[in-house]
Design a binder for this molecule. Structure first.
Ligand code: PHE
Length: 497
């Protein structure tokens, strides 16, 4: 048998004592509060030990008009009475009533029943009625409030009287009340035999331990499957959880995490990446510029090489863009538009022959916010440097990364970035929605990017949006929802899959 709570035991015992009952009766007889009884009844019902039948009753009582008439008499009775004391004139009779409606109701009924006759403006009494069923009913109801409608005997005087009164507005009030009948099930009766309130200890307290009572008595078992209210503990934001997952995957693939500031000189966001100074991405409508300018953002030799590479290709084997590079433009500050500014800076600082690094961070673009675009979002970015790395390695690397996220089908196709050659774009297939999702851009950094900083080995590079992956994970189709911080969503989104 499932363990019973002390409240359940008390209710079972009480029910045994008083037979069938409702919640209030159980509460009175058990000295438990109505709330306690209600809870226990719910549990007992769920365990199949008791049965709760709810029935409806219609209770009948005098309405406001009924109470009034009880004192004064029905309008037709008052009319007869007036006739008997000699008031006959219609006008005079009318003046004895509160309102026209009451008077005409009385007059109409008396006439229809043939008690009166109207001759010109005079009313004559034809015959005086005996006590009416409705008068009986009024008196009975005055004595017995709340009559159960179902208990009325059909066609009795009371029944007919009430029916008649029901046709008059506000004479009778009817209200429907629900009543509950609680009884034992067979299982409940069997359980009852094993209920022994006194012999069980309900809670393990210091007193119970010190006195040694626990040796003689039984400890009530706890029902660990009983329903309990959900508890919402503090937790990390779903986007943050996903970022941690991405981190773990790259780290498990031998990568190291790097970081860098949100505000960058154009030099690292654009120039070092061989993005010409008149490139459309550098326009105000795409990029947030910050007041002020950078100083000491790079060593003089690196700046000179980048300048020459833009102009004529320097010693990179390229012809460059063929324009006069301006340092003032490179000093301007921007909110980074991509995290590639972080990886290229890493290359310049460390000039690695071999490396595997990644970064996950916020980027900023001056775009209109829509269901698929935010002004701030996150990118996942990385580079791999090594003597014999090829485009195949890059595709393999990203396929592995996606696979670890649970995405198996990946497609690549050629595209263009100013800083990579060849350049590719990738999409992955998401089974649950049957959609292809655009993921990231990638390629091998051009010599125009790597050689000015003294990096000779091939550098595989990639970068792409994070939010799209989080949306897919959480079955969301409007990116704004990720940051609306609706409590219900934050609480309900899965912690792991
Ligand atoms: N920076 C590119 C973007 O923001 C992605 C990219 C990174 C492409 C590295 C090639 C190499 O879309």
């Amino acid at each position: 048998m499932q363990p019973l709570h002390i409240l359940e035991k008390k209710v079972l015992k009480t029910l045994e004592k008083i037979g069938e009952a409702d919640i209030e009766a159980l509460s009175r007889a058990s000295e438990l509060s109505v709330d306690q009884v209600r809870r226990a009844v719910e549990w007992l019902q769920a365990k199949g030990l008791i049965q709760v039948n709810t029935t409806q009753k219609t209770l009948i009582a005098l309405g406001s008009k009924g109470v009034e008439v009880l004192k004064e008499g029905l309008p037709e009775r008052r009319l007869i009475h007036l006739l008997k004391i000699g008031v006959k004139d219609l006008g005079q009779l009318r003046s004895r009533f509160k309102d026209e409606q009451e008077f005409s109701a009385g007059l109409g009924r008396a006439k229809r029943k043939g008690w009166i006759k109207i001759v010109d403006d005079n009313v004559e009494l034809a015959h005086e009625p005996n006590k009416l069923p409705e008068e009986e009913a009024l008196e009975k109801l005055a004595l017995r409030h709340n009559l159960d409608e179902d208990e009325l005997t059909k066609d009795s005087v009371l029944y007919n009287g009430i029916r008649e009164l029901l046709s008059r507005p506000n004479y009778i009030s009817r209200k429907v009340v629900k009543s509950v009948r609680i009884t034992f099930t067979d299982l409940g009766k069997a359980a009852l035999e094993r209920v022994s309130e006194e012999d069980e200890i309900d809670a393990l307290t210091p007193e119970v331990l010190i006195s040694g009572v626990w040796r003689q008595k039984h400890l009530r078992a706890i029902d660990v499957e009983a329903p309990a209210p959900p508890i919402y503990a503090g937790r990390r934001h779903p986007v943050q959880l996903f970022i941690d997952e991405v981190r773990e995957i790259f780290i498990s693939m031998g990568f190291e995490e790097i970081e860098g500031p949100f505000i960058q000189p154009c030099f690292w966001n654009f120039d070092a990446l061989f993005t010409p100074q008149d490139h459309p991405a550098r326009e105000m409508q795409d990029t947030f510029y910050i007041r002020g300018e950078a100083s000491n953002y790079a060593d003089i030799e690196s700046i000179r090489r980048v300048a020459l590479t833009h102009k004529d290709g320097w010693r990179t084997g390229s012809r460059g863009w063929g324009y006069e590079w301006r340092e003032a433009e490179a000093r301007r500050l921007v909110l980074r538009t991509h995290t590639t500014s972080i990886t290229v800076r890493y290359l310049a600082d460390y000039k690695p022959k071999e490396a595997r690094v990644f970064t996950v961070g916020r980027v900023f673009r001056n775009e209109k916010v829509t269901f698929k675009n935010l002004v701030e979002f996150h990118q996942i970015e990385g580079i791999a440097v090594g003597p014999r790395l090829t485009l195949r390695d890059l595709m393999g690397l990203l396929s592995t990364f996606y696979k670890r996220l649970g995405l198996e089908r990946v497609k690549f196709w050629p595209t263009f970035f100013p800083y990579t050659e060849p350049s590719m774009q990738s999409v992955v297939y998401y089974d649950r929605t049957g959609k292809w999702i655009e993921l990231c851009g990638m390629g091998i950094f051009r010599p125009e990017v790597t050689l000015p900083f003294g990096v000779k080995n091939p550098v595989l590079a990639w970068g792409g949006g994070l939010e799209r992956l989080v949306m897919m994970r959480n079955n969301i189709d409007d990116v704004r929802e990720l940051y609306a911080n609706k409590l219900s969503w934050l609480r309900g989104s899965p912690v792991c899959q």
